[in-house]
Design a protein around this ligand. Structure first.
Ligand SMILES: C[S@@+](CC[C@H](N)C(=O)[O-])C[C@H]1O[C@@H](n2cnc3c(N)ncnc32)[C@H](O)[C@@H]1O
Length: 240
């Protein structure tokens, strides 16, 4: 059952007009890999055997999700995103379909299609109740919307309620990775996680959280931040 009062979502669901090929992918391919609101998240939602499940929240244009899934074909990836244009972009990355204006009906998937991703195309908070306790191995929350104004801080995804849910979903020893380039959000996140009893920060030396982790894939927001002179921090927390 869905909550009777779904949480209010403050971000954008749509941007620029979605061109032909991408809109055909949304219409014809997304239903094949979409997680519907009744499904419980277990390894059986993937059409291939998977040894672990990773979740990426707010995957944006999907570069990180697509590349991680390509690198780890034995892991099942769940991506949650509300922004239709971003979802459409992810679909082009995982189907190998090139953007051509004239693509309409015939969607032919290339043989190297990434097949270990399932998508929840709505607010992540609506998915929590479908994820069993201790079932995820890793969660990525990369460059969440910072909502920097004080009066908007209750919109920030990192908050005690969501952290409790993320901890419940993660296996013991599982990792929550948060990246941000925003000064206010960095302090906010460090404070929230410091006060949260379910996680321990894995940073081992003074500076390692200021460098990209070895398995990192750059995202659109990170590149934008770098162009504008902002360096990101990479915060890995382990569920206790
Ligand atoms: C600043 S963008 C970062 C996108 C991407 N992670 C990157 O680094 O390029 C934040 C993304 O999170 C998505 N988002 C925000 N709140 C969300 C929620 N509750 N559920 C799903 N996606 C969400 C937004 O739609 C947006 O695409």
């Amino acid at each position: 059952m869905l909550p009777t009062n779904p949480p209010k979502f403050f971000g954008r669901r749509k941007g620029r007009v979605i061109r032909c090929a991408k809109s055909a992918l949304l219409e014809k391919f997304l239903p094949q890999i979409r997680i519907n609101k009744q499904q419980i998240i277990t390894p059986s939602i993937f059409s291939i055997p998977v040894s672990k499940i990773y979740l990426e929240i707010g995957f944006g244009n999907g570069e990180h999700l697509a590349e991680q899934a390509r690198r780890h074909p034995d892991i099942g990836f769940i991506g949650a995103e509300v922004f239709q244009n971003g979802i459409a972009n992810l679909l082009t990355l995982i189907t190998g379909i090139k953007i051509k204006d004239d693509l309409t009906d015939n969607i032919e998937l290339t043989t190297d299609r990434v097949d270990n991703i399932r998508i929840f195309d709505d607010d992540m908070r609506l998915l929590f109740s479908k994820i069993p306790d201790n079932s995820l191995d890793k969660i990525f929350l990369l460059f969440p919307d910072p909502w920097p104004k004080k009066r908007h801080e209750n919109r920030r995804f990192v908050n005690p309620e969501n952290l409790k849910e993320l901890a419940r979903c993660l296996k013991s020893g599982g990792i929550l990775r948060i990246a941000t380039d925003h000064k206010i959000y960095k302090h906010w996140t460090l404070r929230q996680l410091h006060d949260c009893p379910y996680f321990r920060w894995t940073a081992t030396c003074g500076n390692d959280w200021k460098h990209e982790p070895t398995d990192w894939v750059q995202t659109k927001y990170q590149r934008k931040a770098l162009r504008e002179g902002r360096r990101a921090v990479f915060l890995d927390y382990q569920k206790i």
